[in-house]
Design a protein around this ligand. Sequence first.
Ligand SMILES: *Cc1c(COP(=O)(O)O)cnc(C)c1O
Length: 389
Amino acid sequence: MSDLTYFDYAATTPVDPRVLAVMLPYFDETFGNPSSIHRHGQRAEAAVEAARETVAAALNCRPDEIVFTSCGSESDNLALRGEALAMRAKSGADWILTSRAEHHAVSKTAEQLEKYFGFKVEWLETDEFGMLAPETVEKALCSETALVSVMYANNEIGTLNPIAEIAAICRAHGVPFHSDAVQAAAYLPVDIQTLNVDLLSLGAHKFYGPKGVGALYVRKGTAILPVQTGGGQESGRRAGTQNVPYIVGFAEALRLTVAERDQRAAHARPLRDQIIGRVLEEIPESRLTGHPELRLPNHASFAFKDVDGNLLLTLLDAAGFACSSGSACKTGNPEPSEVMAAIGLEREWGLGSLRITLGAATTPAEVEAFLKVLPGLVQKARVLKAINA
Ligand SMILES: *Cc1c(COP(=O)(O)O)cnc(C)c1O
């Protein structure tokens, strides 16, 4: 779609041709079931185990600490549900600490554990940038805490959390700490020894790998109850025949990301800064959402007062730009997203959110063309909203 500039890399990325190339033989040539005894099975198993080693090298951890899953959401589900249930069985601990700024894969899982499984959730307060302070976690920890979950980088507003500091506090209290790094991994170091987490979620399609494959890092010795039961795959932590080509693709995408991360960030950062600077300068009643500095290098997100964010997206799409908004539109009754509420944005601002996320293929000319049309489209969206009111 050459008539549409893609500015939505936080939603998903195209598969890198180098990743696709290494995946292809595992659809037909090497199609065996990794659990089979014969040589077809052995070859498939070798591919999965080689991928596990590649991922372990990228994360600086042990291969047996990697569990392959079907997506980032599944990794979050396994981390929260698997850990919460295992901890309660072990010690009776039944409190989950997390925040409203998390991805739904974490927050809805926590809600379900509270509503149907008897856990208690403490929703920790973030600051105006959506950042969770280590002291906030420290104050909330107690002997009943089963699990703490704090995302590494926020998908909606780009803010980075002080993961290593939070991890150190949790470790000192002997409480397992999970971080959703699905959005972060494309641009931030994911060295487990530095981050010091017990559980870390990843998803390939946010870093130029295929959709439908993820991984969960599980620190050796961390108790986890499998969420999907059946065969003994993934050392009994996740049943189901492994998706060999996708796992191979996951590993290659992560390997390339670690090798090229600095270069990708250096490409995106000045373009992002140009967008942030120009939007705040040229568009009246606009604000940056998320942290001004401690944010993903490819991520610009805004709130515009008295704008219908979904309408703005439609106008942008018609003008040739694929962007995203933060507001989850329920038909007839749009509500600002929970993240907008968590950072304390008033409704007339929270409904007018816009997220622009850049990637490897983004050019300065595309950014310039976007910045030329955006102020007029925001103005148009304001007029239309006023007419409809
Ligand atoms: C995309 C995303 C997810 C979900 O990953 P899927 O692979 O799409 O299921 C979870 N958390 C964050 C922060 C994300 O950005």
